[in-house]
Design a binder for this molecule. Structure first.
Ligand code: ZN
Length: 443
């Protein structure tokens, strides 16, 4: 059914950053009119969402998450990256079965949608990734997702180690099966985990395959000092240079983190149009450092935002990531850097650009898909909400999200998730997480 969103302050995040008090009309899943006469562009009947006193804005885009890890929230605290992976996350991922993968992905999708995130770039685990796509299809999220690819590395559990051939074949099969599924909401990304768990052959071939399909390649890079040192010791160069040499560069390449990037590497990434995703909570919790986001953007690199996985955050809250990104930039690069308006763009239209989805989502413009959220800015913690960008970045919480539409379809109404049973999911997660942890030997 078509929808009229009435009387909200519409924060478009378009090229002119227009903010207008107006109605917004959604017909057949697309935005057809923003203005006082929006109602005229709808036939009857249409549903009305009252947005008076609220902000209407694009759904948040999180360009780096791991839905398969949601079940491991709180199971891997207070350790640095490589120990976090080898002692906790890899054994836990290896202990997943179809049921636990489903619960983990649905739990993550539920948290994301309830918090106003409508689009994600997601990295899965090695096996069973159809379950994640099943969950995504049901949830109503827009997602580009891919299985993790791992054919080498130290301390990789048997359950996650795969041959180069299997990794490529399975990725190709998943890509064929799920690209364009759920009315075009789902897409595939080739996800070599990181350079320490992938052979050169795997990286080269997955870059070729992704290029041939026009798919994204999504990996982790320049995250942590110890990891970087290991890469240099083992392979004789930095991960950024190696990835580029193997073909993982350019506008279809999305690198998570980039905390350790040097200025010369920022220039190289900018020249190649390689994308970077800033994950501030994860970088703090794993002690990785503070990415130089201001310098990256000044160098011309397109930067998105992401919560990463639940065990290194421990939330999937896009508002928290926005607030932290803004605050950390002040410490790293000076108080005047990364103002709220820029952060808001990083979390919406820039994230969509990172994923190559900017012609369809990321801003509120006529012709784009209606992926949008209605946010209540009337709470005492946000009042008086004098500057809307400031309010959204520094004062808004995930619980302020009232309504969420993806493709024009209501997925959250009055703070309630319509596509999945959130309460039941939380209960099932409480039962399932200890089971997986015991199988993994982590509990
Ligand atoms: Zn990650």
């Amino acid at each position: 059914m078509n929808t009229l969103i009435r009387g909200g302050l519409v924060v478009t995040c378009d090229d002119d950053d227009r903010i207008v008090l107006a109605d917004l009309a959604v017909r057949d899943g697309a935005i057809v009119r923003i203005g006082d006469d929006a109602r005229d562009s709808l036939g009857v009947p249409f549903r009305v969402i009252d947005a008076a006193g609220c902000v209407v804005m694009p759904g948040l885009v999180q360009a780096h998450v791991h839905l398969v890890q949601t079940l491991f929230r709180g199971l891997a605290d207070d350790v640095p990256l490589l120990a976090w992976l080898r002692t906790f996350i890899w054994p836990l991922e290896a202990a997943h079965d179809e049921s636990s993968l489903l619960i983990s992905a649905e739990l993550g999708a539920a948290e994301l949608l309830l918090g106003g995130t409508t689009t994600i770039l997601d990295m899965g685990t090695v096996h069973g990734h159809d379950a994640v796509f099943d969950a995504l299809a049901r949830s109503g999220l827009r997602a580009v997702s891919g299985k993790a690819m791992m054919d080498s590395g130290t301390d990789v559990p048997k359950g996650l180690r795969e041959t180069t051939r299997h990794s490529l074949r399975e990725s190709e099969r998943l890509s064929k099966a799920w690209s364009g599924a759920a009315d075009g909401r789902l897409g595939y990304a080739y996800c070599p985990r990181f350079i320490l768990s992938c052979s050169e052959e795997l990286l080269r071939q997955c870059a070729d395959q992704a290029l041939a399909e026009g798919a994204l390649v999504h990996t982790h890079a320049a995250e942590q000092e110890e990891e970087r040192r290991l890469v240099r010791d083992l392979l004789g160069d930095d991960d950024i240079a190696l990835l580029a040499r193997f073909g993982i560069a350019g506008e279809r390449a999305v690198l998570a983190h980039g905390v350790q990037l040097r200025p010369d590497e920022m220039k190289t990434l900018a020249a190649a149009h390689t994308r970077v995703v800033h994950c501030p909570s994860s970088n703090l919790k794993l002690g990785s450092g503070i990415a130089a986001v201001h310098a990256l953007r000044e160098a011309g690199v397109l930067v998105g935002l992401g919560a990463d996985g639940a065990p290194c955050n421990n939330n999937l809250d896009g508002w928290a990531e926005m607030r932290l990104a803004a605050l950390l930039a002040k410490v790293r690069s000076g108080t005047t850097t990364l103002p709220a308006r820029d952060v808001l763009r990083m979390a919406t239209i820039d994230g969509a650009r990172v994923m190559g989805l900017h012609s369809r989502v990321g801003s509120l413009e006529v012709g784009k898909r209606a992926d949008l959220v209605v946010v209540d800015t009337g709470g005492v913690h946000a009042a008086p909400a004098a500057d809307v960008a400031s309010t959204l970045v520094y004062a808004t919480k995930a619980t302020d999200v009232r309504h969420v539409l993806v493709d024009g379809r209501p997925v959250v109404r009055d703070g309630e998730l319509l596509t999945l049973d959130a309460e039941r999911l939380a209960a099932r997660a409480r039962e399932e997480a200890p089971r997986v942890a015991r199988r993994a030997g982590v509990l």
